[in-house]
Design a protein around this ligand. Structure first.
Ligand code: GRF
Length: 187
């Protein structure tokens, strides 16, 4: 049985669908570890409710990013993780993680990359007057949302309601992430 780790910083709806799909056997893997850089994030409760082991830390408790990433790598190694899925993990990865797990880390981003990289992709696309929105699953490298694209899905939206648009983005992300992770693990 393969093992995935899911990294998140916030709500964790993508964590939830990946973890559920693993548990239901739709993704052929165990969700073996959740990694979170914010102790107050809702995703921690979700992991606890599912009985999924987690490593939650505060970056300020470490001298450097290299130091906490070394700790993350140690825990990934311990679990024998095959694939790392970033799901709203709001940090750029550095050499420690990329050196150890590069080529085995994917991310989901709420835009049709390479448009609208960074933390405010949905708001920026709406402000720009975009009519065709979408989401992207891509390999992670040292650049911000810049790694090679694995999968994308688009949808039309002509309104101006941010909350409704965010709802549609999530509704597009969830099945795409599950399908893509499943495909990668079967390759
Ligand atoms: C998602 O929109 C994802 O694309 C972005 O962060 C958001 C995380 O949402 N990287 P959630 O925490 O999974 O609900």
């Amino acid at each position: 049985m393969k093992r995935i780790a899911i990294f998140a910083s916030g709500e964790g709806s993508n964590f939830q669908v990946l973890a559920d799909a693993c548990r239901q056997g739709e993704i052929p893997a165990e969700a073996a570890l959740m990694v979170c850089d914010r102790p107050t994030a809702r995703v921690n409760e979700r992991a606890d409710r599912m009985g999924i082991e987690r490593f939650t830390f505060s970056p300020r408790d470490y001298a450097s990013k290299a130091e906490y990433e070394r700790e993350i790598v140690r825990r990934l190694d311990e679990k024998g993780i095959d694939l790392v899925c970033l799901a709203g993990y709001m940090r750029i990865l550095s050499d420690e993680l990329l050196g150890a797990y590069g080529g085995r880390i994917v991310n989901i981003h709420p835009s049709l990359l390479p448009a609208f990289k960074g933390a405010h992709a949905i708001e920026q696309a709406l402000a720009y007057g975009v009519k065709v929105f979408g989401v992207t699953v891509h390999w992670v490298d040292a650049t911000l949302d810049g790694g090679r694209i694995i999968a994308q899905r688009a949808f039309s939206y002509e309104g101006s309601d941010l909350a409704e648009l965010e709802r549609q983005v999530h509704a597009t992300e969830h099945p795409l992430y599950v399908e893509t992770v499943k495909r990668l693990l079967n390759e």
